[in-house]
Design a protein around this ligand. Structure first.
Ligand SMILES: Cc1cc2nc3c(=O)[nH]c(=O)nc-3n(C[C@H](O)[C@H](O)[C@H](O)COP(=O)(O)OP(=O)(O)OC[C@H]3O[C@@H](n4cnc5c(N)ncnc54)[C@H](O)[C@@H]3O)c2cc1C
Length: 451
């Protein structure tokens, strides 16, 4: 049995955007940091599930998510992996940021390594021991067998709050689960033909009604629509997915699209048997959808299925019960939080858990909301923080903060706070939010002064 202890101030579990940027932030702040990931690459949902584009870094014209997530985009652009931020031509939010999943893996890995953190791949957390709110030791299934790990402070960025659950911290089961989606990529799409159809059939694209030219204004197409085509296909028995619109996005490579349309209803995303059922149903939907797109959707007749996700995408699973639980009212009323560590202007985006439809609630134009540090602190915790989609929020609030730019921003904050706590021997709840905000600003975060 291997041991990895003492050497590390901060251990981050999960190498999605939240965990990768947490590790990067902690290491840049001077903490000896280890990032543990069960797969063989970073990026989490953004690489293993093929999800993209990132949305949104903006509130109207202002880039409100900067810091390490902003730096990641700059690196993706420099490396030719992303065309950068651009208007959302699907009409849903302010901006989208397309990227290649391969570039995401490479740039996150480079950021973490350049910061000086170690990465332990192919190591799956399966147990944790805590005493009096202090995490003492983790058990990992590693290539060599069982491995034990301890550090001064920990960040749970597993998306599923796996570390918090295994250690016995209070977990809130969401009131319901959003559906899962098996994202897939198709190449060889004739985008000009799709745009020509959009111009001649505006009734198919109600989200962008009254905004002609929006699709042409963006260097990469983001599209939600073909609603009449789907209605007809459903009536004719040619299409079975419980989804009212086709949703797809051009990736960094022109003519390659990420299709985010499959919909599989979830009973329990952390139950191994249910997860396998979701995966199997997701892949059979990919087969159906790819054939349907090629046969019925203008521009797709020569397109080929390139890849489906290594895993099906899970939108929500477990949330920790934190020192504070962010609510939909906090978001929609832009309630100011004295300990804000990140902001977002993304709507509350709830895909139906039982049928067609998506319930979206929008902030007023030009408004953004605060994510408080307290949402990253599991109740009763002394040395554990969470970041990303498992942070403390109600079902509806999670449906906004789960998006990748805000997940990354939470990761940066959790990594910095863990480093401050480890460095001083402080309980995580005693990290001064003012000091944390200053440290975040020093790493480039956009945090305007509180009133
Ligand atoms: C279908 C779908 C579509 C989406 N569309 C968009 C979109 O268009 N734009 C957007 O910005 N966001 C989108 N999102 C949301 C966004 O992608 C994710 O919520 C966000 O990336 C989550 O980041 P994370 O780091 O919190 O978690 P994750 O990306 O889930 O990363 C968690 C990491 O932890 C690892 N891990 C888990 N358990 C263990 C364990 N026991 N031991 C070790 N490692 C472990 C995983 O392998 C993974 O790498 C979508 C999500 C889904 C599911």
């Amino acid at each position: 049995m291997g041991e990895r202890g003492d050497r590390y101030d901060v251990a981050v579990l999960g190498g999605g955007i939240a965990g990768s940027l947490a590790a990067c932030a902690a290491a840049r702040h001077g903490a000896r940091t280890l990032l543990v990931e069960r797969l063989g690459h970073l990026g989490g949902t953004l690489s293993s599930c093929l999800v993209g584009p990132m949305m949104t870094f903006h509130c109207k014209g202002e880039q409100i998510i900067r810091g390490l997530p902003g730096e990641l985009v700059e690196r993706l652009v420099r490396g030719g992996w992303s065309p950068g931020h651009m208007p959302d031509s699907s009409g849903y939010t302010y901006s989208v940021t397309p990227f290649d999943a391969e570039g995401m893996k490479l740039e996150l890995e480079a950021m973490v390594r350049e910061a000086g953190a170690d990465i332990l791949y192919d190591a799956c957390l399966f147990g944790a021991r805590a005493e009096g709110g202090a995490l003492r030791e983790l058990s990992l299934a590693a290539r060599s067998g069982e491995m034990r790990l301890s550090a001064r402070a920990y960040v749970d960025a597993t998306g599923d709050a796996a570390l918090s659950a295994f250690a016995g911290f209070p977990i809130a089961r969401p009131e319901r689960f959003q559906p899962a989606t098996m994202v897939f990529k198709m190449a060889g799409v004739d985008i000009p033909a799709v745009k020509a159809y959009m111009r001649s059939h505006p009734e198919e694209f109600p989200r962008v009604a009254g905004r002609p030219g929006l699709a042409d204004s963006a260097p990469r197409l983001a599209l939600s629509g073909f609603v009449e085509t789907l209605k007809r296909a459903k009536a004719a028995g040619e299409y079975s997915v419980e989804r009212e619109d086709l949703l797809f996005f051009e990736s960094n490579l022109p003519g390659e699209v990420v299709v985010n349309t499959s919909r599989v209803f979830v009973r329990d995303p952390v139950d191994p048997e249910d997860f396998s059922r979701l995966t199997l149903e997701g892949r059979s939907q990919v087969r159906e959808l790819a054939a349907f797109l090629a046969a019925r959707i203008p521009g797709f007749s020569k397109a080929r299925l390139l890849a489906s996700g290594e895993e099906i995408g899970i939108r929500n699973s477990r949330q920790v019960e934190g020192e504070y639980r962010l609510t939909d009212e906090d978001i929609l009323l832009s309630r100011p939080m004295p300990d804000a560590i990140a902001h977002s202007a993304y709507p509350i985006d709830m895909h139906s858990s039982t049928g067609g439809g998506t319930d979206s609630r929008f902030l007023p134009e030009g408004r953004y909301y605060d994510i408080p540090y307290r949402c990253l602190i599991p109740r009763l915790s002394r040395n554990l923080l969470v970041a990303g989609r498992c942070a403390s929020a109600t079902f509806a609030a999670q449906a906004s903060i789960r998006l990748s730019p805000s997940a990354g921003a939470m990761g940066q904050a959790a990594g910095l706070a863990a480093s401050i706590a480890a460095g001083r021997g402080l309980p995580v709840a005693e990290v001064d939010p003012g000091e944390l905000r200053d440290a975040l600003r020093a790493q480039g975060a956009w945090l305007p002064p509180r009133p």
